[in-house]
Design a binder for this molecule. Structure first.
Ligand SMILES: NC(=O)C1=CN([C@@H]2O[C@H](COP(=O)(O)OP(=O)(O)OC[C@H]3O[C@@H](n4cnc5c(N)ncnc54)[C@H](O)[C@@H]3O)[C@@H](O)[C@H]2O)C=CC1
Ligand SMILES: O=C(O)C1=N[C@H](C(=O)O)C[C@H](O)C1
Length: 304
């Protein structure tokens, strides 16, 4: 069987160590000065378990021998209550029924739900001192404030995209902006995002985060403009434009256009399927174990 232990040391020496003892699965997470010792696998509950993302998290997590998927939380009105989470995810039957009841013994909750569901999730995690990975987008400012308050009590990873490629692209977009902000003739930044027809929020949380990170390098007077219509007049020099395309089954694509006079750069990052997000959220859940309370993001998890 698998012995997993993680040393939470400075980034340069941080590493997972894996060995194979005879008897049981032990996961040690050392965090100086606190030491957390778990005598069984990581207990994960998925919030929004019957959704498009929830099912992929259940599928990938249940294939990981260091994880025990022990909770599959859904809306109390869901027609899928009582169904097995593994069956829904098209993997093996897990013996974990989809339920609206809170699994209070979880080590980490991974949330891919909807803004109307997030408040209860945050309250329950605080009440049971459960680490939380929040992937849901489209939250109100008040909900974000509540989440930030919760991070005073529990460790939270919050990111609009759990994808490695997207987070790396955000860093690249900041570097490009830094290099071009004072280019002769000026720089125009526009963000085009494409998602599946079922997506409920626009623009995507990822597009907004790209915009915020780029605005940090453009300057405080940056204006965020959502679409254009009618007699808009000439483009203002300090705008970032956002355009949300909703087509078919696109699992997520972002194009950042850096337009200058005479040439342009287009930074494009596209998912082929949802597993990049699910895998990132599972990595975040593992990373959170043994961390002190606080608000973290995928840059922390990915050490970028
Ligand atoms: N951060 C990231 O990497 C990513 C974030 N997302 C975000 O994750 C969210 C979910 O996306 P999808 O899975 O595509 O949506 P979805 O609509 O397929 O799934 C949402 C699920 O939440 C459930 N839900 C509703 N109310 C609930 C409640 N009170 N308690 C528990 N569950 C409840 C729904 O029944 C549904 O099954 C969206 O906000 C999306 O933007 C999606 C992909 C990647
Ligand atoms: O709803 C989706 O599908 C996605 N939503 C996230 C967002 O709003 O940024 C992340 C990803 O692009 C997929």
């Amino acid at each position: 069987m698998l012995l997993l232990f993680k040393l939470h040391l400075p980034a340069a020496v941080n590493a997972w160590y894996i060995t194979r003892p005879d008897s049981c699965i032990l996961s040690f997470a050392f965090h100086l000065p606190k030491i957390v010792l778990m005598s069984e696998s990581l207990k994960i509950a998925v919030h929004g378990a019957a959704g498009r993302m929830g099912r992929r998290v259940v599928a990938l997590a249940s294939a990981d021998p260091s994880i025990d998927v022990m909770g599959a939380i859904e809306n109390d009105q869901s027609a899928l209550l009582g169904q097995d989470a593994g069956d829904l995810a098209a993997v093996e039957t897990l013996g974990v029924p989809v339920s609206s009841k809170w699994p209070n013994e979880a080590d980490v909750v991974i949330d891919f739900s909807l803004p109307e569901a997030i408040d209860r999730c945050v309250e329950k995690c605080v009440a049971y001192k459960t680490a939380l990975v929040v992937a849901t987008t489209g939250m109100t400012d008040l909900q974000v404030e509540r989440l930030q308050n919760a991070a005073n009590t529990i460790p939270v990873v919050w990111a609009p995209s759990m994808s490695l490629a997207v987070n790396l692209s955000m860093k690249l977009a900041q570097q490009i902006t830094e290099k071009l902000v004072n280019v002769p003739g000026g720089l125009d930044v526009e963000i085009i995002e494409r998602h599946h027809r079922y997506k409920a929020d626009a623009p995507s949380g990822t597009a907004l985060k790209f915009g915020d990170m780029i605005a940090d390098k453009l300057g405080d007077d940056t204006i965020h403009v959502h679409g254009r219509e009618g007699h808009t007049g000439q483009r203002k020099r300090n705008e970032i434009g956002y355009h949300a395309v909703r087509v078919g089954d696109n699992p997520g694509e972002h194009t950042i256009v850096f337009g200058m006079l005479g040439e342009r750069i287009e930074l494009n990052v596209a998912a082929s399927n949802r597993d990049c997000y699910a895998a990132g959220a599972i990595a975040a859940a593992k990373w959170l174990i043994g961390r002190p309370a606080g608000m973290y993001d995928m840059f922390d998890v990915l050490e970028m």
